[in-house]
Ligand binder design. Structure first.
Ligand code: EPU
Length: 337
């Protein structure tokens, strides 16, 4: 095991924030997790790092950062309708999506181009364009630091919710996800109800709908709205879309007739945080090297040398103004270290 000390995490987070990790190791084999757990010289505080695309590094990281490099995709089983893939958690998510599409296996095509690794997909139940990862996750395997064993979690065990799971709740920091089993469909059901997909498919003049065409449409929409982390540091949606009571929504609607919404439950409506933030005048805002993306107000960006503290402070100001104007508490979606 090659242990590194005091290394910069700048290349390992898509916000491009330059803070150091006290200890850092690349995880090449799942068996190394047991070695780490048994090594009394290593710190007990362990942080699992995947693609670093959903984290805000607010300060230097103490303890051990374990960078997941576990790779491999194998077919666990298949029948005439489905294929079950075991995917190692360090695989790049988008690579898995493209691999599934090239084999004609459906279910994750709407999730094309989401940055990050496969291991992060269950943690925050990644979702986009009307589809969530929970719909295809059969089970998750992870190393439990306290139990010192690999444990399988069924889909039901994972307690999936909107950008939420047991791995963000009761099992936060207790589990290192090592692999995920996905159940994909050999006979696709297309999810094209989400407005922008319809528009994009029409614009692309698609003769016959396919999972490849849907992924192409999603890639086109994402590329047009969301900043490429290789060019401008960001972690995708910085906040969750808040759910508010129907009464609260109706009250807001009298003052803001154009307020967009999605039904969330019988008594709650979900409102796009991007819209709320734009209404408060933040879209395109810049202060030093931090800012709010000019095409999608839900994305906070680092134009170069922003620090984690500066991004944290800006997000706090945004939350405060949305609270004052709409009476809505925004919740950060990114994981803060
Ligand atoms: N909107 C604005 N101003 C903005 C941004 C959005 O008015 O600056 C309005 C749009 O006009 C639209 C609505 O808000 O009416 C929704 O916008 P969009 O379709 O861009 O989606 P979103 O709700 O802002 C969510 C996810 C994204 C996902 C898209 C597409 C969350 C927190 N974010 O964003 O996920 O790609 O839907 O399904 O749920 C991510 O999690 O990192 C992410 C990018």
């Amino acid at each position: 095991m090659q242990l590194q000390q005091n290394i910069s995490l700048k290349p390992f987070n898509t916000f491009g924030i330059d803070v150091s990790a006290e200890y850092f190791v690349e995880l090449e084999h799942a068996a190394m997790l047991e070695e780490i757990a048994n090594d009394a010289a290593l710190p007990k505080q362990v942080h699992a790092l995947g693609g670093g695309s959903n984290i805000l590094l607010s300060k230097a990281v103490s303890g051990l950062v374990v960078h997941n490099k576990l790779k491999g995709i194998v077919i666990e089983k298949e029948d005439s309708e489905h294929v079950w893939l075991r995917v190692e958690a360090g695989e790049i998510w988008h690579k898995l999506v493209m691999y599934a599409i090239s084999n004609g296996w459906a279910g994750i095509e709407n999730l094309a181009l989401i940055p990050g690794t496969v291991g992060a997909a269950p943690i925050q139940n990644i979702g986009a364009y009307g589809v969530e990862a929970k719909e295809t996750i059969e089970s998750v395997t992870g190393w439990h630091w306290e139990e010192r064993a690999f444990i399988d979690y069924t889909n039901a065990d994972c307690n999936f919710g909107y950008r939420d799971s047991i791995f963000k709740g009761r099992l936060k920091d207790k589990i290192f996800i090592s692999s995920v089993i996905f159940k994909l469909n050999k006979k696709p059901t297309f999810h094209t109800a989400y407005g922008p997909i319809q528009h994009e498919l029409e614009r692309m003049n698609i003769a016959e709908l396919s999972i490849k065409a849907i992924a192409d449409a999603v890639i086109a929409i994402r590329s047009s709205k969301l900043p490429d982390p290789k060019k401008i540091g960001n972690a995708g949606s910085f906040f969750k879309n808040p759910a508010i009571s129907t009464e609260h929504f109706e009250m807001l609607q009298t003052n803001y007739p154009g307020i967009p919404c999605y039904p969330f439950s019988e008594t709650m409506m979900k409102v796009p945080a991007g819209w709320l933030i734009e209404q408060c005048g933040w879209k395109g805002y810049r202060k030093g090297d931090t800012g709010v993306h000019e095409k999608q107000a839900l994305v906070i960006v680092n134009y170069g040398k922003a620090s984690g503290e500066e991004i944290w402070a800006l997000s706090g100001e945004i939350m405060q103004s949305v609270k004052e104007r709409f009476g809505i508490n925004l919740e950060r979606e990114v994981q803060v270290w």
